[in-house]
Design a protein around this ligand. Structure first.
Ligand code: SF4
Ligand code: SF4
Ligand code: FES
Length: 488
């Protein structure tokens, strides 16, 4: 460890730490644009200037230098907020905004833009330039997912470094020099094909890189993030699901906008995904905003939930060889509830609710895993996997099958077997089951998933459970105990 001083206070730094790293670790704030803890250090934005004096030198001999690229030396004295530092940051912001359009009023980044924040903290003055701004492409289609506003770009190069150092697609570069510099994709379509491309939207410290899916959909201060887990593969990345704050619910427009997923962003989790997620994780609305099943049914005829549970209980009581196909999207709590309530009554197998979709990346060395289900590890700790040849694997005398979750064709079931089906989505199979029970989705309830490494993570509800829909946990309790019923 090395001792040095920040704003007159003695602090400890790890060997080889920079001033920026040591300051952050000790709770001191230094602004930054181009620096990022998981990327290389280009030192190009110059906003992180601090005043430094070496050990044994007079206090007035300090010089200004960038904190992100300056190694700590023993006894060094650093001032993070002196008048000289504030004046230099003001000048730097004047320079950075020289050609910036300052169109915050129509910018999606407004509310979470560090350029805005630092301007109010360190500058606060109109531009001192008397020259006309240099204009650039205002709407450049970087990919089908991302639009680039070159006028807002401050050339921090975080996006370029991300594709070089993290996703390894080498898909972005800087074209031209000086105030004609432009971020551009390389010409072989690599950025379009980069399955992690949307991370540059979060990385961009200003509103230059914007999600087409989110463009002009909502101001961020009307939204709130709910901590959740991506169910897109067995990595189980930590995410935040952004949706409308209850106090800002829309009254006059389509009420469904109050219950929609506006965007998904990563939640940093060193044990699982670091600060990144893949593009599939951003597109969870595609999974969760499919049409929902909201009515219990007996052979396709709507009934109330209690009637469906009563019929299911009768089928279970009468069965001689019942089999259950357990969902790999069920939470740890639901799996435990199933095992406690029905585990001894059924021969149970774990099925894969989702398979690799056409065109989807199967697996890579960064995050993406081949198993496209979030809780296979926890389910397989309790029950064996359903063999690929399900028809051959199930006992011929199987007379009842409880199918939990999607992704299984009833055509694979033994002829004549009765079917109890628990599913969340409006799908043709629902009407073919003897008993169909609609169940909630993970955005409507609490729970935990265990990823392939054994890391257990929690998810929280974003929206109220739909009317007529039950949690699988209470359905299992209701199937085992006639008096218990299920919570509709
Ligand atoms: S587009 Fe954003 S992340 Fe990329 S260089 Fe410009 S400001 Fe930085
Ligand atoms: S790597 Fe897997 S869990 Fe992580 S965001 Fe992508 S699909 Fe979701
Ligand atoms: S954060 Fe240090 S130069 Fe950009």
């Amino acid at each position: 460890m090395v001792e040095f001083f920040i704003n007159g206070q003695a602090v400890q730094a790890e060997d080889n730490q920079t001033v920026m790293q040591a300051a952050k670790a000790n709770g001191y704030f230094i602004p930054y644009f181009c620096w990022h803890p998981h990327l290389s250090v280009p030192g190009n934005c110059r906003i992180c200037m601090v005043e430094v004096t070496n050990e044994g030198q007079p206090a007035d001999s300090g010089w200004l230098d960038i904190a992100c690229n300056m190694p700590i030396t023993k006894g060094m004295r650093v001032l993070t907020d002196s008048p000289r530092v504030r004046e230099r940051r003001k000048e730097t912001l004047q320079f950075i905004t020289l050609n910036h359009p300052v169109d915050c009023g129509i910018c999606d980044k407004a509310g979470e833009c560090t350029l805005q924040d630092y301007h109010y903290e360190y500058n606060g003055s109109p531009s001192i330039s008397i020259d006309a701004k240099v204009h650039a492409t205002k709407h450049f289609a970087l990919s089908e997912r991302i639009v680039l506003d070159n006028e807002r770009c401050i050339m921090c190069t975080r996006c370029v470094r991300f594709t070089r150092e993290i996703s390894k697609s080498d898909a972005l570069g800087v074209l031209n020099r000086g105030d004609h510099s432009l971020i551009r994709p390389v010409e072989d379509g690599a950025f379009e094909a980069d399955p992690y491309s949307d991370n540059v939207i979060d990385l961009c410290p200003v509103g230059a890189l914007l999600s087409r899916a989110f463009l002009h959909k909502a101001r961020v201060w009307y939204l709130e993030p709910t901590p959740s887990i991506c169910p897109g593969c067995e990595r189980g990345c930590s995410i935040a699901i952004w949706h409308r704050k209850s106090e800002w619910k829309l009254k006059a427009l389509d009420a469904r906008q109050n219950n929609r997923i506006d965007r998904v962003t990563p939640r940093e989790n060193a044990a699982v995904n670091g600060p990144w997620i893949c593009n599939k994780g951003r597109d969870l609305a595609r999974i969760f905003e499919r049409a929902r099943a909201e009515l219990a049914m007996l052979k396709g005829q709507p009934v109330d939930l209690q009637a469906a549970l009563g019929s299911a209980r009768a089928l279970i009581a009468a069965a001689r060889q019942p089999v259950a196909l357990v969902s790999s999207w069920g939470s740890n709590e639901e799996l435990a509830a199933f095992q406690a309530a029905l585990g001894s009554r059924f021969a149970s197998y774990v099925k894969a609710d989702w398979q690799v979709e056409p065109g989807e990346p199967v697996e890579d060395d960064l995050l993406i895993k081949a198993d496209k289900n979030p809780n296979t590890a926890a389910a397989r700790a309790l029950f064996p996997a359903l063999p690929e040849d399900a028809r051959g694997a199930l006992p011929p005398a199987t007379d009842l099958v409880l199918v939990w979750g999607e992704g299984f064709s009833f055509a694979q079931l033994p002829a004549g077997a009765k079917i109890i089906y628990l599913n969340s989505w409006l799908q043709p199979e629902n009407g073919h089951a003897d008993v169909f029970i609609p169940i909630s989705v993970m955005t409507e309830r609490h729970g935990h998933y265990t990823n392939f490494q054994g890391v257990v993570s929690a998810f929280e509800p974003c929206f109220a459970r739909l009317p007529g829909v039950a949690d699988a946990e209470s359905v299992f309790a209701g199937l085992a105990t006639p008096a218990a019923g299920a919570r509709p």
